[in-house]
Write a protein that binds this ligand. Structure first.
Ligand code: ATP
Ligand code: MG
Length: 578
């Protein structure tokens, strides 16, 4: 049950400080008693698991409180953005199970209004066109401990600034030659308030507006006005924007509220106008995982991974291709919660959420990853025994499947040992083991290859043991197997952590590359999969019994590929995909 629905005695406080704030705001009638959030990605890369936290927070808060959540692309930097990223982001959000309110929004569709608001600030003497070069501007900005220096253009006549701003827009100046800056306070202890840049010249074409503009507004200037235009009530962002909040408020409070209201009514006539408020929360960080699009982009561009959706990537596209489910990611985000303090979440928590969902919902099949041939010597050559096995050990309603047993089968190489360690319960020469869902067999003879390694086992079946205990002895081990005649050859990819260190905090792209786990991928060709599994309608997510959870990779030339989503238990050990 959702926290807010729970009115029973002893009802819990809604979890998390943002949920509590929203409940308080609704009760006091703040923002007209509405909740309207937005998720504002910049389309400069694919979404990662950190973004999922923000998506879940924004969409769930709206959902729980009868509000709305917009999807708005914060697309003010045409040099790094693209339509490919826009499409991928929309796709990822739908896949996670969320639906945005109305049309997709773009900050770029507010460029006309943003331009008019900038003219308003100039007219009021609150902004000016500055001719300091980017290098000079950096020098003039001052340091964390020392104040900045005022630009010589700071007191330019507003009419002159208006004229220059118009000519900037008309394309009369080169990149970096002029900029529009807010006139706030060069001595402010908060560097963000030292006359921040509102507009830059960039002769670049934009994925939404084409060649219409050669000046582009900055993130800080755009974000607050876009929120106001969309009547956003709670503007939630991550902690690094805390020091930008005074600027967020400065811009909104220095514009005419009636002009903001008019701009908002033009776009969103159904939502009454409010001044949005920004609240910050801690970014999600996960051990052995690196987020940060700059670094992820470098991995993709330099071919260190197989694209943004490489199953080892912390992107939602990668996790999807690996077989993570939307429900498990949502459950994980809920379990992590939303706090003000940063912390490193154990990757085990994410893996737990994945296993929990997959264990409950995934049908079981058998697949032998590294086959060893077994001949059942007393099983007739042409006989096919059709066994019935449950699809799920705990959920009868999921039904059963037919598994053929034939004279020649494969078992896992590691399920036979010449030199069994203490406690080894599987097959040894002269020993017995049960074939999962079938008979107990005894290994009578080991045939070897030229190097002396086991190549083929000759075993006899005890036909009295189907669904029954063997008489007079105990057989502890149960192993998986697949009929050699009926099994399907597939390729399996095993994944391990992409990064070696527990807390990767690279400063440069080179450092990212140094961090890569060289054994993060192992590909096994010639695995043998239970027949039926590849049939139309069989699904694409399975537990390979005793091996792990697997997800069928997208269609490609060659054998069908299964990606290992996750092992059954956390027993493979860090560092290698084997
Ligand atoms: P990155 O630093 O990884 O490149 P970003 O913050 O630049 O990410 P945006 O596209 O600007 O990426 O982010 C969209 C939204 O997602 C923002 O509100 C941002 O605060 C939020 N977000 C980004 N990373 C995380 C994270 N690790 N945890 C929670 N929210 C995040
Ligand atoms: Mg960013």
């Amino acid at each position: 049950m959702k926290d807010t629905d729970d009115n029973s005695p002893g009802a819990r406080e809604p979890s998390g400080f943002i949920r509590q704030m929203v409940v308080r705001d609704l009760a006091s009638g703040k923002h007209g008693g509405r909740v309207h959030t937005r998720f504002p990605p910049e389309p400069n890369g694919f979404l990662h698991i950190g973004h999922a936290k923000s998506i879940c927070l924004n969409f769930t808060l709206a959902e729980e409180n009868g509000g709305h959540c917009n999807l708005r692309f914060d697309d003010t930097n045409p040099l790094k953005e693209s339509q490919e990223f826009v499409n991928a982001i929309k796709d990822n959000i739908r896949w996670l199970g969320f639906r945005w309110h109305g049309e997709v929004r773009y900050s770029s569709s507010y460029f006309d209004q943003l331009y008019e608001f900038a003219r308003q600030l100039i007219s009021k003497g609150k902004a000016y066109v500055c001719a300091l070069s980017p290098e000079q501007a950096r020098e003039y900005r001052g340091t964390l401990t020392g104040p900045g220096t005022e630009s010589p253009w700071r007191d330019r006549d507003p009419n002159e600034s208006l004229d220059l701003f118009e000519r900037m827009r008309a394309g009369e100046f080169k990149d970096g030659e002029l900029s529009l800056r807010a006139k706030i306070d060069m001595a402010s202890p908060n560097i963000n308030l030292r006359d921040p840049i509102l507009y830059r010249i960039r002769h670049a074409s934009h994925h939404q507006t084409g060649s219409q503009w050669c000046i582009y507004p900055t993130y800080d200037y755009t974000h607050c006005i876009s929120d106001a235009i969309e009547s956003i009530t709670h503007s939630l962002c991550t902690l690094e924007f805390e020091d930008h909040r005074p600027l967020y408020d400065w811009i909104l409070h220095n514009l005419d509220i009636d002009s903001l209201r008019a701009a908002s009514d033009l776009r969103d006539s159904d939502a009454p106008f409010v001044l949005p408020e920004q609240t910050e929360f801690a970014k999600l960080r996960i051990s052995y995982t690196m987020m940060g699009k700059r670094f992820l982009r470098a991995l993709v561009e330099q071919g260190k991974v197989d694209g943004w959706d490489d199953p080892r990537m912390p992107t939602l596209a990668g996790m999807r291709r690996r077989g993570y489910t939307p429900a498990s990611i949502r459950n994980f985000c809920e379990a992590v919660g939303v706090a003000r303090g940063e912390s490193l979440v154990d990757i085990g928590m994410l893996e737990h959420a994945i296993r929990e969902d997959l264990d409950r919902n995934t049908p079981r099949v058998m697949c032998v990853l590294r086959p060893l041939t077994v001949i059942l010597t007393n099983f007739d050559d042409n006989r096919v025994e059709r066994l019935r096995l449950a699809r799920h050990p705990k959920r009868e309603e999921l039904g059963s499947r037919e598994v053929p047993l034939t004279r020649e089968i494969y078992i896992e190489q590691e399920d036979f040992s010449d030199d069994p360690p203490a406690g080894f319960k599987r097959l040894v020469a002269g020993g017995e083991v049960r074939l999962r869902g079938a008979y107990v067999i005894r290994c009578d003879e080991v045939q070897r290859d030229a190097a002396g390694r086991p190549a083929k086992l000759r075993c006899s079946v005890d036909f009295a043991t189907l669904g029954k205990r063997p008489v007079g002895r105990k057989v502890k081990g149960v192993i998986h197997w697949v009929s050699a005649a009926a099994g399907k050859k597939v390729t399996v990819r095993l994944y391990d952590r992409l990064f070696l260190s527990e807390n990767p905090t690279p400063k440069s792209v080179e450092e990212v590359f140094d961090e890569i786990n060289p054994d993060s991928l192992a590909q096994l060709d010639g695995c043998i999969l239970e027949p039926g599994t590849l049939n139309e309608g069989a699904g694409d997510r399975f537990q390979f019994e005793r091996v792990g959870y697997f997800y069928r990779d997208r269609e490609a030339a060659g054998p069908v590929v299964f990606n290992r989503t996750i092992s059954l238990r956390d027993s493979w050990g860090a560092g290698s995909a084997r």
